[in-house]
Design a protein around this ligand. Structure first.
Ligand code: SAH
Ligand code: SF4
Ligand code: F3S
Length: 468
């Protein structure tokens, strides 16, 4: 089978690198190191994109600042998943008009998933004249060219044409964390869940080649990274477009066999494509964290069908049971939507009962938010906002009680954790299962694995002391 996904050619990437070099020289001639402020909304995929944008900015000669005030360039990387996120972006971008007034040379770019929605990018273009450039995720790799247009040619840059998407290998990256790295293994989504905007703004599923991913992982491990998280909207369909016979479970196993002391995570898995083979690979590799984020969205079969999820409650429960049969301590987390159009009280109760049956360690609960252009946005939705809020509160209360109980069961255990930072008097760390742990210790433990005995717990986290 021939590879379906177009790769951005070496010549095209070289051209962008040359434009970046030109911009770098432009600043050098002025004897100035400009600074950029990058603000990121949304999921890990967007975080990873922002790291590449930082890489491209660095190539253009920019340093970084953590405030919009006085920055030479502001880049807002947006998320379109729910209405609320979009509203915040409009509010914050609107407020930048004042920031720019105080620093007239400032250039403002808005990118990310919202810019993949034509009516939104139009609104940004027409109603926010202080914005200099906008581009959708498909046009990220051309950022030097957008910047050149704005900075050198004094024009606006708009790059929002839709496409199925391509892959740009070898873009520079400035990672925000020195020990934990995101590794995108694929882009886009083919699932078209009826509520979701992602397939419209990020294009079709396309996988990076296994050797490109393995090389990136090898370099990260050699560079001292201790945690690698493989990213994709549906990692379980990795490789289908490549036709190489390598599926996600194979790839995960190959990365887990690399030399070095690291922990390997992945997200997100779609239950439709989660295979027993994947659980088998997890169980047989020590370096793969025993944590599985498996969004179920609803516990009711009619709603799952309306959502176009292609699995039912029984199949979902079977996956959980299989995972636990191999790895009794596996940590399951999930996403759930309440108030999908037409969800009845009884159908909502099926979601509650699924939560009680599975007993997730943590759950991300969302109230359904209509996304223009998606099929669900056209479905009749008679349930009131108040009723949806009530269902939401009930779900959160049920889950909090479960999380609290599950956390309490850790007390007395000694666990190996990866220390990732400091919060006040405590170091913060994550267990293999991804649970947050706080304990007292020296900063030189940050970035290292440590053993911690759990002494106390809350709904959200564990408290411990360093163990010998
Ligand atoms: N690709 C991932 C999830 C991406 S979005 C997956 O399929 O699992 C993260 C979560 O946001 C989803 O799992 C879903 O629970 C939620 N979400 C997506 N669209 C939404 C919408 N329109 N309203 C409310 N929540 C939504
Ligand atoms: Fe959205 Fe569904 Fe794709 Fe996840 S799998 S990104 S929820 S369409
Ligand atoms: Fe948001 Fe785009 Fe991620 S819509 S959740 S940033 S893929």
């Amino acid at each position: 089978m021939e590879r379906k996904t177009p790769l951005i050619s070496a010549e095209d990437l070289q051209r962008q690198a040359e434009i970046a070099e030109y911009i770098h020289e432009f600043w050098q001639k002025q004897g100035k190191t400009p600074v950029a402020y990058v603000e990121t909304y949304g999921c890990q995929q967007n975080e990873a994109d922002s790291e590449q944008l930082r890489g491209l900015l660095q190539r253009c000669g920019y340093g970084f600042t953590d405030t919009a005030e006085g920055a030479d360039l502001i880049l807002v990387n947006t998320c379109a998943i729910r209405e609320h996120a979009a509203q915040r972006v409009f509010g914050n971008v609107g407020a930048l008009v004042h920031t720019k007034r105080r620093h007239p040379g400032q250039k403002i770019f808005v990118c990310g998933c919202m810019m993949g929605q034509p009516e939104i990018s139009e609104r940004m273009k027409n109603s926010y004249p202080h914005v200099d450039g906008i581009f959708s995720p498909h046009h990220l790799w051309q950022f030097p060219e957008h910047l050149y247009r704005v900075l050198i040619r004094h024009k606006k840059a708009w790059a929002v044409e839709d496409s199925a998407g391509a892959i740009a290998e070898g873009l520079p990256t400035v990672r925000t964390n020195k020990r934990k790295a995101w590794v995108s293994i694929m882009y886009g989504c083919n699932n078209f869940c009826t509520y979701c905007i992602v397939p419209y703004v990020r294009g079709r599923e396309r996988s990076r080649l296994p050797e490109d991913i393995l090389n990136e992982c090898r370099a990260l491990i050699a560079g001292g990274y201790r945690e690698l998280t493989l990213l994709g909207q549906n990692v379980n369909s990795y490789g289908k477009d490549l036709g190489l016979g390598t599926d996600f479970a194979d790839l995960l196993g190959q990365i887990a066999e690399l030399d070095g002391d690291f922990v390997l995570r992945f997200m997100t898995s779609h239950p439709r494509d989660a295979s027993h083979k994947l659980f088998d690979v997890m169980a047989s590799h020590e370096k793969i964290a025993k944590q599985f984020h498996l969004p179920f969205q609803s516990g009711n079969d009619r709603i799952l069908k309306e959502m176009n999820r292609h699995y039912n409650r029984a199949q979902y429960l079977e996956l959980i049971a299989y995972g636990r049969s191999l790895m009794p301590d596996i940590v399951f987390t999930s996403d759930v939507i309440v108030g999908f159009p037409g969800e009845t009280e009884a159908e909502f109760e099926d979601t509650v009962s699924l939560i009680e049956q599975v007993r997730f360690d943590a759950l991300f609960t969302f109230i359904y938010s209509p996304r223009p252009g998606t099929p669900a946005a056209k479905m009749p939705d008679p349930t009131t906002k108040e009723e949806k809020n009530r269902r939401f509160d009930r779900l959160v209360a049920v889950q909090n009680a479960i999380s609290e109980e599950k956390h309490r069961a850790y007390v007395g255990k000694t666990l190996r954790v990866l220390v990732d930072g400091r919060d006040g008097d405590f170091l913060t760390a994550r267990t293999d299962g991804g649970r947050l742990v706080r304990f007292a210790g020296d900063d030189d433990l940050i970035g290292q694995f440590a053993n911690v005995t759990i002494t106390d717990s809350t709904t959200w986290s564990l408290v411990g002391t360093a163990a010998p």
